[in-house]
Design a protein around this ligand. Structure first.
Ligand SMILES: *Cc1c(COP(=O)(O)O)cnc(C)c1O
Length: 361
């Protein structure tokens, strides 16, 4: 059998490993920050009806401009945005890839602040963009001074800011985003994949868009919207940015079925987001209880919690897995990450961890 090293692979891809969060069938899967609540039955029925209608004309290519979807997304985001400001693709990962295809590439670089979302460096290597890993402040926070200093010293073509940051959960202030924007002539992407889990009234980077034509705010339906399997991500930016993305997208990249499903889901935003309060409650409970068990959880504006003080992360990961509970070893020594599940799932995790912690003492 041929192995990878026998193939004439691009030199800059040699030795790299693909994204690979384990996909295991376990009773309690809290490892990839999905919304563990399934979508409400009446909404599911509406989506199926929309899909049935779309299937009837699936012999034709879909609306290349996904006009109705862009309109729905603009309406959902508010902030005075119109469909001209909106772009969408098959997950925000594809949106970010298109951003790198248009604004990055060979000879260009993208700065991020490690530890951060593991896909950034993978998307950078796929597009031949040099990845620069900047540092954070204490407790994985990122203040304006540190962020702007990294931008000035590394002069990247793009900056990826993850707000709140995955895998640490730490929120990012608008001051930091504005400072980064002012420190560069390049593209600044704020990845707000978890925006809906922020405290009520917390400002979004969307409020910074007016007058900042190099600022891009990406979102996803994968997390709060419980739509990870449908693959729908999007961004808001100046219309010139969406024009740039048209240069690199594949024609008809969003299938008619994806567009129909997403529009149907967005017509039920309130029901789709009904579980967000509940998930926030379980997230806050995780922080409180992990602290009580003697771990060091970080503040989180997302639907997951990173916690330190784990003597042997791999052993704890495996012991939980043996009990049917899957969480994430994100490769930060002494740390593990867990998503907030339903109340019952969160209880299973906390009870199992409490038993393990007792056994170790
Ligand atoms: C989960 C996640 C995404 C979402 O990716 P999709 O491709 O939209 O599913 C994007 N950014 C971050 C930081 C994430 O954690």
């Amino acid at each position: 059998m041929t192995s990878l090293s026998d193939l004439p692979l691009r030199d800059d891809l040699r030795g790299l490993t693909p994204y690979g969060a384990p996909q295991l069938h376990v009773p309690v899967a809290l490892n990839v920050n999905e919304n563990t609540h399934s979508i409400p039955e009446p909404v599911a029925r509406d989506i199926v009806a929309a899909l049935a209608k779309a299937v009837a004309s699936v012999n034709r290519y879909p609306d290349r401009e996904f006009t109705e979807l862009r309109e729905s997304l603009a309406g959902y985001l508010g902030h005075g945005l119109t469909r001209e400001n909106i772009w969408a693709a098959n997950g925000s990962n594809e949106v970010l890839q298109q951003v790198l295809q248009a604004f990055g590439g060979p000879g260009r670089s993208v700065l991020g602040f490690a530890p951060t979302y593991s896909m950034y460096s993978i998307l950078a290597s796929g597009t031949g963009t040099r990845w620069i890993a900047g540092d954070r402040d204490a407790d994985f926070e990122l203040g304006p001074a540190t962020a702007a200093r990294w931008v000035r010293e590394s002069t990247p073509d793009l900056v990826f800011l993850c707000s709140p940051n995955n895998p640490t959960g730490t929120p990012l202030s608008l001051e930091t985003i504005a400072a980064v924007y002012d420190a560069t002539d390049g593209i600044v992407v704020v990845d707000e994949a978890y925006a809906e889990f922020a405290p009520v009234g917390a400002p979004s980077a969307l409020s910074l868009l007016p007058g900042r034509e190099r600022l891009l705010v990406s979102r996803t339906m994968s997390k709060a919207f419980a739509f990870a399997g449908a693959r729908v991500g999007y961004l808001a930016a100046d219309p010139a940015v969406t024009d740039a993305l048209r240069l690199v997208r594949l024609p008809y990249h969003l299938s008619a079925l994806t567009q129909a499903a997403a529009c149907a889901a967005l017509a039920h935003t309130a029901e789709m987001l009904a579980m967000v309060d509940d998930i926030r409650g379980q997230r806050d409970r995780l922080v409180t209880e992990l602290d009580r068990l003697g771990y060091s959880p970080y503040r989180s504006g997302s639907n997951f919690v990173l916690f330190g003080g784990v003597a042997d992360p791999n052993a704890t990961f495996e012991a939980l897995l043996a009990e049917g509970i899957l969480i994430r070893d994100v490769g930060i020594p002494g740390h593990l990450r867990v998503s907030a599940g339903t109340e019952a799932e969160t209880t299973s995790f906390l009870d199992a961890l409490a038993r393990l912690s007792l056994a170790v003492q």
